[in-house]
Ligand binder design. Sequence first.
Ligand code: NBP
Length: 481
Amino acid sequence: MSQADIGLIGLAVMGQNLVLNMNDHDIKVAVFNRTTSKVDDFMEGRAKGTNIIGTHSIEELVGSLKSPRRVMMMVKAGDVVDSFIDLLVPHLDKGDIIIDGGNELYTNTNRRTRDLAEKGILYIGTGISGGEEGARFGPSIMPGGNPDAWPHVKDIFQSIAAQVDGEPCCDWVGEEGAGQYVKMVHNGIEYGDMQLICEAYDFMKRGLGMNESDMQGVFAEWNKGVLDSYLIEITTNILGFKDDEGYPLNRILDRAGQKGTGKWTGINALDLGIPLTLIGESVFARCLSAMKDERVKAAEFLDGPTPSFDGDAKEFVGYIHDALYASKIISYAQGYMLIREAAKEYGWNLNYGSIALMWRGGCIIRSAFLGNIKEAFDKNPDLENLLLDDFFRDAIHNAQAGWRKVVAKGAEMGIPTPTFSSALAYYDGYRSATLPANMLQAQRDYFGAHTYERTDKPRGEMFHTDWIGSGGNVSSTIYDV
Ligand code: NBP
């Protein structure tokens, strides 16, 4: 039997489509699945007539591979990945490569990369985005792990990835769990992009009283400009979709779920002390939506303004566009701040421009906008914050008047805009040389003798005031909170 280029474990939706994608690119794949009848079904079904090899045990799978062996897992994240690693290792040699393509928590990938390196096995944890269609025809692939593994998988990954302007949406991200970390932040940004669009839709519908057809026209127009993206495109299509009973959109219950990666991103931001407010608000907006029954009761009980608008609706739609665009810039600026901090914290060497390039195609957040981010990092690889790039500064300056009008009008009309308004609060906070944290420090020192630094003394020199005249001279231990 001629030997396969790579083995793949896990024939669910992602695994099957990736295998067929590899087969299209003349990559010979051997496959295995825990429930082996799924191997047979696949071989008799979608894999019929291809070069794919079906196997029925880990031993047979590994035995069918060229050396160094490459085995990729597309299985449920967590313990299942650990158990497959345990099954694989006794059959592998030093220099062989194990790849996990699932939505794994990056800390697990950190641990596995180190443990397997001790055994001479090269480990990769890669983010893969784009869902079923992306896996089949070109996903965004974000690999991290043991850098020595990258040359062994580079050609395979880059050939099956989405291509934008002749460049693959796949490059080496960084050490250990960096690839899956970047995928996690990508998913958080996806939460943010979706919530921003929902707020624009809600404003047009409830605030301006627009119908689906008019809103569809607006989103279609937006998709031709700076907001050009997959999510704006599908929103346009959703607003235009009608069946015998009308618009399915209007029959969908307004309760959103979440699978966890947005939440992980928010938790990690809190751990690292990064103000990732927009993604945080997007996760909370889903949580609030899920409290449907309570909201229905509260709607009867709590009063507020009834939205009504008597201005120039067309002009206001332009302001909503600007609010969405400016908030989106804030979201990506915050996401990149988080990735930067993680790189510092975990000792990863990341190329921020190539991360933008990886997201340009194949994935849910793909957009023209990511090209501007790539250019910003090409100009200055050490850029501290996207807002400090000339292009994004000018963009936000141009958009801010409309953005402020939308946030103000939303508050006046009682239409919630959690991401538009939190993004604006972040913007105004970020550009404030002075914030009221002097009062906060005074309060902390008053009730807990936490001490404070002074504006007129060197940083790090701590002071305490006896605010009530009866306190002692003992101050609290100082540590970062
Ligand atoms: P699933 O996440 O549904 O996993 C199915 C695979 O895991 C099957 O091969 C199944 O084997 C195997 N598996 C399970 Br479940 N429990 C197992 C166990 N205890 N022992 C051994 N094998 C077990 O598949 P998927 O939706 O294709 O996703 C694969 C990975 O890719 C996941 O980490 C997912 O988060 C990630 N991902 C998914 C998407 C997407 O759009 N679906 C997108 C991007 C990333 P069985 O057939 O024997 O039950």
